[in-house]
Ligand binder design. Structure first.
Ligand code: ATP
Length: 317
């Protein structure tokens, strides 16, 4: 039920915001959590004050763009938590008791543009997210000839009530530098508002919050992917390759060979001290290992934003 998921996401967010960083001995962990707490507060402010005052998320005016990637998953958790806060506020402002109020929506309107060959495991994770987060998913018909703009035009033809779309883009993404939290689409695009409340987040902040949440993330990340692209152009991130041991040489530990998020995993909201990753299909595993049999560290070992897409290469035609 959406109201249960929204409350769960609200509790995750509040629990993260309540982490007392002062006693944490590791300064990287302490600083990352402090910055992430600020990042969450700013995203909440964009949503609750700037966005929900202009568009009503409960009547279909806002859709959420989701592909199962880590950034939109972080944003979805925060967004659902904000829906809960909005609902609670409507109860406080009402003259009627809590027993007269019902959560005003059953499913979150969501759009996925299916353009390129996706990993089977990412597709499965997307479908699992539909149930886990109560999404009402519009999947664009797969057609390589149709560009993004046309795919969104087709979406709006089916859902003309949509006025704004939430997008988990960040400033460090390609072409993300000059984006603003609320802006209209460019020329040659169908008219809607792009809602981008995650722009200011960096990679460390994304992983800190996501791993703390205890929510299952797409299993490809555990294998060394740092961003979910198409099967045709995405490899595991080369900066995460585990070096082959060289006889007689001592390996200097480089920054990609340890995780900065051990505290978050050990103290996760779920309370079981583990990272949770979805199953990777046999077919994906085989294709990934056939290409490169090396071992890779999990995607969250990489925290340099500029290397996040180092796994995007031409792979197959
Ligand atoms: P990752 O970079 O790890 O794959 P991500 O997919 O969330 O995570 P981006 O690839 O940078 O992040 O995409 C930015 C945002 O654009 C996503 O968070 C999502 O909101 C939206 N988006 C990207 N691809 C699609 C798609 N195929 N359909 C719908 N929305 C998408």
């Amino acid at each position: 039920m959406l109201h249960e998921v929204a409350l769960h996401c609200y509790n995750i967010t509040q629990s993260y915001l309540a982490i007392n960083t002062e006693p944490l001995l590791n300064s990287t962990t302490r600083e990352t959590i402090k910055h992430t707490q600020h990042a969450i507060q700013l995203s909440r402010r964009y949503l609750l004050q700037d966005i929900f005052s202009r568009w009503d998320p409960f009547n279909g005016e806002i859709s959420f763009s989701y592909n199962g990637g880590k950034d939109c998953q972080v944003l979805l958790i925060i967004y659902l938590g904000c829906l809960w806060e909005l609902f609670m506020k409507s109860i406080q402002d009402s003259q009627y008791g809590v027993e007269y109020h019902r959560f005003p929506m059953d499913r979150v309107p969501t759009v996925y543009i299916d353009q390129d060959a996706m990993f089977e495991s990412a597709q499965e994770f997307l479908q699992e997210s539909v149930d886990r987060y109560c999404l009402s998913l519009y999947e664009s018909p797969k057609d390589k000839q149709v560009g993004m703009a046309q795919a969104f035009r087709n979406f709006l033809a089916v859902h003309p009530e949509t006025q704004a779309i939430v997008i988990g883009v960040r400033h460090s993404d390609p072409f993300g530098e000059t984006l603003r939290p609320v802006q209209e689409t460019d020329e040659n695009w169908p008219r809607f508002f792009r809602l981008q409340p995650l722009l200011h987040w960096n990679l460390s902040e994304i992983w800190s919050f996501l791993l703390y949440s205890g929510e299952e993330v797409c299993g490809l990340y555990e294998l060394g992917f740092t961003s979910l692209g198409s099967v045709n152009n995405t490899l595991r991130n080369p900066y995460l390759r585990v070096p082959e041991p060289v006889v007689g040489a001592s390996l200097a530990p480089s920054e990609q060979h340890h995780s900065d998020f051990e505290w978050e995993i050990a103290h996760n909201y779920r309370g079981d001290g583990q990272a949770h990753c979805s199953r990777v299909s046999h077919g994906d595993l085989q294709a990934i290992r056939e290409h490169d049999a090396s071992q890779f560290h999990p995607g969250w070992y990489l925290t340099k934003d500029e290397w996040e897409r180092a796994g995007r290469l031409a792979r197959r035609k």
